[in-house]
Write a protein that binds this ligand. Structure first.
Ligand code: GDP
Ligand code: MG
Length: 327
């Protein structure tokens, strides 16, 4: 499961948003972790077609990192996969644009510190003719210059191999982020924030998150909130993770699974169970759209829409999979 770290200046509403998320999901084992189901309209459709007894959504974990953008807070954020930046956009003195600039600068400075020490280490190894040292010195020098020019590492277009090396020191600005403006109830996202910024009223979301859907909708409507924002936050954070979702369906359950983008069929099978990866023979695959258009797995099969795919198949978003295996 992937971790999403909440980041923002104090009083921006991180803990309030976290409380709202906790109420939609299960407690994550620790007080500052919330395991939250990823909303996916496809699940109910498939479950209905296949008369599944159970529906299981993919999950992500939100972490309300203690210590904000202090050294301790930033260290905890390094362990997460994606950042969810929360900006205070309620109250007369709100200045979410300035908060975003401040967070951006904090993340860049923190990365600069770890890159500089990684660079020093690489230079030391270079003198001792350590393997890979030349390439690392070049990479870390480039990364340092990017940060020195106040740019984010993730915008620099590093190659896949370079990203793997950089991830070894977990730079914060290499991670994707989702920006959330914590707005006054019913207000829209303030102008001047980056495109794609989501508007949420954390406080009212926290109040309604534990309620029955109907009751929650009524209360939100009273406050002028047309659409609950929590689902959009979870979905956006999940999308930022560079995962794809594949599905399994049957009488037992319909379920969403996450797998790395670019994963081959056996790796996807391994997300379901290690036995399925070890004993992978082939996968029967149909796209969600085809399956729904035909009215179910058996009908799709009769129409010849099931593809039989082997070990080299790269799983696609929305594939419905049935894995054949033997152990
Ligand atoms: N009016 C209003 N107040 C909020 C909202 N979200 C949070 N607050 C208040 O702002 C204060 C700081 O929130 P908190 O979640 O603790 O911020 P954190 O420091 O980022 O964790 C608390 O008093 C919250 O009740 C909101 O959407 N609207
Ligand atoms: Mg807090």
């Amino acid at each position: 499961m992937k971790d999403i770290g909440l980041v923002g200046v104090p009083y921006s509403g991180k803990s309030t948003l976290f409380t709202a998320l906790t109420r939609t999901g299960a407690a994550g084992g620790r007080a500052n972790q919330a395991v939250v189901p990823v909303p996916d309209v496809r699940l109910a459709v498939l479950a209905d077609l296949e008369r599944s007894r159970k529906v299981v959504a993919a999950q992500v974990r939100f972490v309300d990192v203690p210590g904000g953008t202090t050294a301790q807070g930033l260290a905890a954020l390094r362990m997460t996969d994606t950042l969810c930046v929360v900006l205070r956009s309620f109250g007369a003195d709100a200045n979410p644009g300035a908060e975003l600039d401040e967070i951006r600068a904090d993340l860049i400075l923190a990365d600069l510190a770890v890159i500089e020490s990684a660079l020093e280490n690489a230079e030391r190894r270079q003198k001792g003719r350590g393997a890979h040292a030349d390439a690392e010195v070049a990479l870390f020098t480039r990364a340092r210059d990017v940060l020195g020019a106040e740019r984010l590492l993730r915008d620099e277009g590093f190659g896949d191999d370079e990203r793997v090396v950089l991830r070894g020191i977990a730079p914060l600005t290499l991670k994707p982020w989702v920006i959330v403006a914590n707005v006054e109830e019913g207000a829209v996202v303030p102008a001047g924030l980056p495109e794609g910024t989501l508007g949420v009223s954390a406080e009212i979301e926290a109040e309604t998150a534990g309620m029955e859907p109907e009751e929650a909708r009524e209360l939100l409507a009273e406050f002028g909130v047309k659409e609950p924002g929590l689902d959009r936050v979870v979905a956006a954070c999940y999308r930022a993770l560079d995962l794809i979702t594949f599905l399994t369906t049957g009488e037992d359950e319909t379920r969403a699974w996450e797998v790395r983008r670019g994963a081959h069929a056996p790796e996807a099978a391994g997300a379901i169970h290690t036995d399925l990866e070890r004993g992978f023979i082939r996968a029967e695959v149909v796209s969600y759209e085809d399956l729904v258009a035909e009215g179910g797995w058996d009908a799709a099969k009769r129409k010849g829409l099931l593809r039989v795919e082997g070990r080299d198949y790269v799983v696609r978003e929305g594939d419905v999979l049935h894995v054949r295996f033997a152990v």
